[in-house]
Design a protein around this ligand. Sequence first.
Ligand code: GDP
Length: 330
Amino acid sequence: MSRPRLEASDYIQGIRAEKRYVLSQAITLVESTREHDQRLAEEVLSSLLKYSGNSLRVGITGVPGVGKSTFINALGPFLIAKGHKVAVLTVDPSSKVSRGSILGDKTRMPDLSQYSEAYIRPSAAGSTLGGVARKTRESMLLCEAAGYDIILIETVGVGQSETLVHQMVDCFLLLMLAGAGDELQGIKRGIMEMTDLLVINKADGPNLESARMARLEYQKALHLFPVPESGVLPQVFSCSAEEKKGLNDVWQAVVNYQQKTQASGYFTSNRRQQRLQWLHDTLGHYLEQIFYQHPIVRQQLESLEQKVLAGEESPARVARELIRQFQQKS
Ligand code: GDP
């Protein structure tokens, strides 16, 4: 089934005119694996690059059930009331969502999805987490060019995806629950070190007191971690996403973080570093594609894999030899 295709200029003008349906189509283009679509997406992205970047990019993570979607559903309208335009993107490596079916996220964030100033896009489906992250980054630039000045990137709590989202945002927020016993249990050290702001959610009803205690515990515990690269010590807050309480303080802390890092120069240097990282990630991805699609590699890989599997050859030697042949025949 083919539908009328837009030209690069249609995407560019449509996005600059802040037309949501054109933005959606452009993100679909970015997510496409077809060669023609990818080239068109590159053209659109390069032209729009100069209009991107004028936003605050916030990563939001936490285990499933912690209340991420409830939190975003409450925070979004709060930000819109302050005059912002809010885009919500999701990085979920397990996502099988195909284009167009954004119903899932609409029901997850029913209030926010009512606003014309909000744009909610579920995770791209992808075979690799790196691929999903790359597409999310590009989608983020498109959203910025379409005038969204707050980008919320939600990630499910599975190790690597947090690291990748951390590499594309200005401020990283970890949602947590007050638990019984050792408050730090189950929290991987790596995540704590990436966190700029820790928020204990579900501070309501019978949880109110334990949330207050957890807040103090975490605040103390965070002092044990080295001062982050940003130079800003992470703070701990509690809130109730369900009752929409405490959101103001959380957001104020995000804004304070932004102001402090902008004043110190870290905000800019971090974004520069992220762009460089992005370049290298992309280079790595393209090189891998070129390598694996090369006839010599396609021809030989399977039998070499068998030899490695059987323990007849060492992986290092096989890899070096295959690369040598690839270089000779390229
Ligand atoms: P996610 O998987 O992290 O996106 O979590 P959800 O936003 O789907 O929330 C999981 C469950 O926790 C839902 O049943 C929510 O209604 C509930 N929940 C979310 N935030 C709060 C809160 O602040 N207080 C209470 N009591 N429940 C909440």
